[in-house]
Ligand binder design. Sequence first.
Ligand code: AMP
Ligand code: GLY
Length: 428
Amino acid sequence: MKLLVVGSGGREHALAWRLAQSERVHRVWVAPGNGGTAREPKLQNLPLTGIDELAEFAQREQIAFTVVGPEAPLAAGIVDHFRERELRIFGPTRAAAQLESSKDFAKAFMKRHGIPTAAYETFTDAAAARAYVEGRGAPIVVKADGLAAGKGVVVATSVGEACAAIDAMLLDNRMGSAGARVVIEDFLEGEEASFIVMVDGRNVLALASSQDHKRLLDADQGPNTGGMGAYSPAPVVTPEIHAKVMREIILPTVNGMARDGIPFSGFLYAGLMIDGAGQPRTLEFNCRMGDPETQPIMARIRSDLASVFEKALDGRLDQAEITWDRRTALGVVLAAHGYPDEPRKGDPITGLPVNGNAPDSDCLVFHAGTTEVDGRILTSGGRVLCVTGLGDSPKIAQARAYQGIDAIRFDGMQFRRDIGHRAIARKR
Ligand code: AMP
Ligand code: GLY
């Protein structure tokens, strides 16, 4: 069968690479793909991004099913559109994708269904928002309601900083329509984890837990980014906490969406804050897999992933199972010069594997912001590569990833040297 993966990041490279390992899969088209998917056996880039043209392609090529990586096409209704044409596609409808595309929708939903999350209020009026912040005190968190590519959240340590964020979003229109409404919520303390599940509208299959590193610099300093590295599993998600997350967050969300008449299908990603007493609370929902969390998660899958998607598309996820490599997988992002503000493009990259990633390698190089030009790979975006090591402990997985990085060079390359530090500290 032929499959289609929509997107061009490290997440989509990892997904397509794992899907291609199924013997029944002959080709995975990646639209538009990147320099890494261009070189991978069985993967082929497809220079299309419009929903109509993708649907036409899927129809013409008799694509067995499509998997959507990023949130933007989901929020734009790609799933509704494909379904109207009776094309099989894994992802939420535009209405269900509001769990990610509107923070106000997600917060109101959680409140209505008793799902643990920080207390909040939503505002369109700056004076009212400021008054709320003054009453509540700092630290406090100001979030743009709409999609803001990871730039819409300000964790304010003072009332002044929170008010500046409110003014930037509501008065100065700094985030455009995404910031025309703001959610203001209490600051939560604890350790973060990414909890991602597959949903078929009713049944849930949990993927392995993971943890991302959002800040640019070592020791979680510097500006927020899309994610500078991730590993799986995340030891903070103990079996007890896993059960609690399923019982108190994931199942009530899936059941609540169904009851509200907007059943959720696709990847559901709960960004969690787990406090010292082991209580998880939802910081945010995403309606897709995480990037870079997908890279270590895909590195650990030992099952035929295409069959899992088929079960999901048939509404039979209750009959699906995934076998996991019990080792830790740990991915380190190599970012371009100037990332996250103004990433430079066009730097040649050397030292990359030539023929893609072997299925059983313990060091995998997933591409994101890269492009192939005349046989050379050049940087073409902020997060360039994610080098993912596998090992019997977080420490060994970390060493494998950094060994892999030793061979790779491009001008201005930036990366963190401490990916996995929480897991490593815990294991001691
Ligand atoms: P979000 O996009 O909503 O996940 O927020 C981005 C980052 O901001 C999260 O990964 C957290 O590190 C931080 N954050 C968001 N909400 C809160 C909160 N209520 N308390 C503490 N930190 C938060
Ligand atoms: N790595 C965080 C995200 O994908 O949202």
